[in-house]
Write a protein that binds this ligand. Structure first.
Ligand SMILES: [Zn+2]
Length: 799
């Protein structure tokens, strides 16, 4: 092999290895690999060393080691002679900072280095796709709440820092294993387009251009090697393409630098990334093949499998300690450094994520929730939890209610102002809530006037005129969380098997369903709702995909819909000791205890399918006579039944968590549900559930993972599923762990607030952009009964 072109320091001038070395192994010759020398911003792969730390590391090398050019070290190895303490510095990829930041420091310490250049990237603005992915996902730029890659049949939520890091890591991994070189640019531009980013992306980490490359190569300290053309996993390519990567990248470099290129660093560098064929190609041309196997050098050294060790962003003392360790000690320090990657990224990313809680002037964002907050059902509880989570996040989040709030709530009440002259006619004709005037006048209320966003919750509690929605949504960004189907049907909160809401209602099969009608006004109510929605600007949130799909097929379908699952306090609803829980509740320690929780009691509440639970219990008792059922949430005067323990409704969540923890199985036969909190709470306490496939329940109970889902109203299947689990304590224990883990990943309150933040951002942006308008009603389209002075005043504000 020819003598290498740049040998700035003669061997005899170099210092001998330090006498104080910590053992033979730590003095074994070493090839170091760096990538970037710059101030690390987001450095997800930990490949960036700051100039200050690089300076300190070079000082350690100059003081304690024998720095030599890579090719000289390899020549020595070839001749069977390794000098202890020898170190060669190398760089991979070909970043501009190698020239701008690293070279001056190498010159300062007179330390030679070899730079492996990816020729196909030289002078490109987009640089390396890994850096672009990092820039897309990890820098906190505004992104839509979800990314779907249909060709991979995968999708990722993108709201929280954790979700973005997961998406980044998984997509990066997929790209690395799936795509040979040509696919990257298209994939990255597709991602940018899909995520609503401007195309023609410029890498945050610039690569060398030709001029910089030539200037870098002109330094007597620098040797240039090849890192291939495309920086793909070469083992993915066929033999001919591999040969091209080697031959053409070397020719390209030699033509520009006018000197031979004698070494090639495999992209990624682990043995699975280069093939036997590639080794053979290099051997034939007498080119050294440099890998990324984390080891020091020893003889004999196979010249197409030369190992290197990655250097991290360590300061001088940490680097010296790493250098002085043996290979096992260096591995341990490396692991410790890498283990900080995810927490560091998450901390940085959480700081950078768009936060709506504070406005540009530093004042908190004001959100006014318009709702009922009454009743002990899940909807009111969910709203209260969201408000608490938002306050914890820095929002000025408050509730304004049209009905008297329960004691202990600081909600502000507005007067629904039912017009007495209209009230009787509206009741007679089934014109639900058309007589209320108070909601038309909300625009003048201070809590609406100073709000940055209005968040409608349950509007059908009997206080809100449906026509108010249009005018209010013209004034403020508006988000509306639906808890049931009432907004998309003529009247009913749940249509069960009826699908007439898709086409216009009328001929209603069941006028008795809540909220109930005296006459069949459903067609007219449906038409009026449609008219209102066509003249409103709303962002719809549903707690389940089941409801979201219905909304998309409905009169609300023209508005964007986001699914945000309900959440619970997973710290309160956590598994408790079962024996203690049973002792506290006076439940038998050895019996099989099933249970359910519902307002009014699961056995008595018709919507919760009480009759089906009763039938299932009878069948289960045939095999297990001692079985006990906890009827939780029942009224104080609930009937006494054998084998049933009545536990009246409690607002004490600690007690409720104790109850869930005392049970063996949650039995849920609800007939209409969107996203029941009681199921979420049960799972969060590690209680597996058996349930009918009702509404959004199968999205909560993952069949086979944390419970079993059986067909709607099929008691036999439910009994079979329950028996299956009761006979298998091991399976139940596994499901219990899975339920808890799933709850922590899916139902946390801080996630809920973060997910709403993404929807708020969209609503605020859209209201500011005026892309989607909120047009005035055509003069004669609005029914006479609606055209009151209060309505007309609100309507006037649109102009
Ligand atoms: Zn590389």
């Amino acid at each position: 092999m020819p003598a290498h072109s740049c040998t700035p320091v003669r061997p005899d001038e170099r210092r001998a290895p330090a006498a104080s070395s910590s053992g033979a192994d730590s003095q074994a010759p070493l090839i170091l690999v760096y990538h970037r020398v710059a101030e690390p911003g987001v450095d997800n792969q930990l490949l960036c060393v700051s100039p200050a730390n690089f300076d300190a590391q070079l000082a350690v090398l100059a003081r304690t080691r024998r720095p030599v050019p890579l090719m000289e070290l390899l020549d020595e190895a070839r001749s069977g002679r390794l000098v202890p303490g020898s170190v060669a510095v190398t760089f991979d990829d070909g970043y501009a900072d190698n020239y701008l930041n690293a070279l001056p420091l190498l010159e300062k310490h007179s330390i030679p280095a070899t730079v492996f250049v990816t020729t196909g990237r030289v002078g490109t603005a987009e640089g390396f796709w890994g850096d672009i992915l990092e820039d897309i996902f990890l820098t906190g730029r505004p992104l839509p709440p979800r990314l779907e890659i249909p060709q991979w049949e995968r999708s990722w939520p993108l709201t929280t820092a954790e979700e973005r890091l997961r998406a980044h890591d998984e997509i990066r991994y997929e790209l690395k294993i799936r795509l040979p070189h040509d696919g990257f640019p298209e994939m990255v531009s597709w991602l940018q387009k899909t995520l609503g980013m401007p195309g023609g992306h410029v890498s945050p980490n610039p690569v060398l251009d030709q001029d910089e490359l030539c200037r870098l190569a002109a330094s007597p300290l620098i040797t240039i090697g090849s890192h291939g053309i495309s920086h793909c996993r070469l083992s993915l390519l066929d033999d001919a393409a591999q040969a091209r990567e080697v031959a053409e990248s070397i020719e390209w470099l030699e033509a520009r630098l006018h000197r031979p290129v004698e070494c090639f660093a495999y992209p990624y560098g682990t043995p699975d990334c280069y093939s036997e064929e590639l080794r053979r190609l290099l051997r034939e041309r007498e080119i050294a093949g440099i890998a990324n196997v984390q080891a020091s050098l020893c003889l004999p050294l196979p010249l197409q499998d030369v190992p290197r060790r990655l250097v991290r962003n360590w300061d001088g003392p940490a680097f010296a300690a790493w250098l002085d360790a043996d290979d096992a000690g260096r591995d341990a320090l490396e692991r410790k450094t890498v283990s900080r990657r995810a927490p560091d990224i998450l901390r940085g990313l959480s700081r950078r994520l768009p936060r709506l809680a504070q406005k540009a002037d530093g004042s908190p964002m004001r959100v006014t929730h318009i709702t009922t907050l009454v009743g002990q059902g899940g909807a009111a509880k969910s709203t209260q939890r969201l408000i608490a989570a938002q306050r914890a996040r820095g929002y000025d989040s408050r509730a304004m209610v049209g009905l008297v709030p329960p004691p202990g709530h600081d909600a502000c009440r507005f007067d629904p102002q039912e017009d007495p002259e209209l009230a009787e006619a509206c009741r007679r004709e089934g014109l639900l809530y058309y007589a209320f005037q108070g909601s038309h006048r909300l625009h003048a209320h201070p809590l609406v006037q100073d709000a940055d966003l209005l968040h409608f919750q349950n509007l059908h509690g009997g206080f809100f005129n449906p026509f108010s929605l249009s005018g209010l949504s013209a004034l403020k960004p508006c988000v509306w969380t639906l808890r049931d189907m009432q907004s998309i049907t003529g009247a009913c909160a749940h249509s069960f098997a009826c699908e007439r809401w898709k086409e216009g209602c009328g001929d209603c099969p069941d006028l008795g369903i809540y909220p109930g009608l005296p006459v069949d006004s459903t067609a007219r109510l449906w038409r009026d709702k449609k008219l209102v929605y066509e003249h409103s600007r709303l962002h719809i949130v549903t707690p389940s995909e089941w409801l979201a799909q219905k909304v998309r097929q409905s009169i609300l379908g023209m508005h964007p819909v986001t699914t945000i699952t309900n959440a619970t306090d997973t710290d309160v609803f956590r598994p408790r000791d079962r024996a203690e829980a049973r002792a506290r509740l006076g439940l038998p320690q050895d019996a099989v205890v099933l249970g359910a929780v519902a307002h009014g009691g699961p056995l008595e509440n018709a919507w919760k399918g009480g009759a089906y639970t009763v039938a299932a219990l009878e069948a289960l008792r045939a095999a297990c006579p001692d079985l006990v059922f906890a009827n939780v949430g029942c009224r104080d005067d609930a009937p006494v039944r054998p084998g049933v323990v009545n536990i009246p409704h409690t607002g004490d969540e600690d007690l409720l968590a104790t109850i869930y923890s005392a049970l063996d199985l949650f039995i849920y036969t609800s007939l209409a549900d969107t996203c029941p909190l009681v199921v979420i709470e049960a799972l969060s306490c590690g209680l597996p559930a058996v349930s009918f496939a009702t509404g959004g329940v199968p999205e909560l109970v993952r069949h086979g993972t944390d419970g079993l889902i059986t067909p709607y109203k099929d008691v036999d299947a439910l009994v079979q599923a329950a028996s299956h689990l009761l006979e298998r304590p091991g399976l139940r224990a596994r499901m219990s762990r899975a339920a808890r883990e799933g709850a922590l990943a899916r139902f946390r309150l801080d996630h809920l607030a973060a997910k709403y933040e993404a929807v708020y951002a969209e609503a605020v942006r859209e209201a500011a952009g005026k892309a989607r308008r909120c047009p005035p009603f055509p003069p004669h389209a609005v029914p006479e009964v609606i055209r009151t002075p209060a309505f007309l005043e609100l309507e006037k504000l649109k102009h």
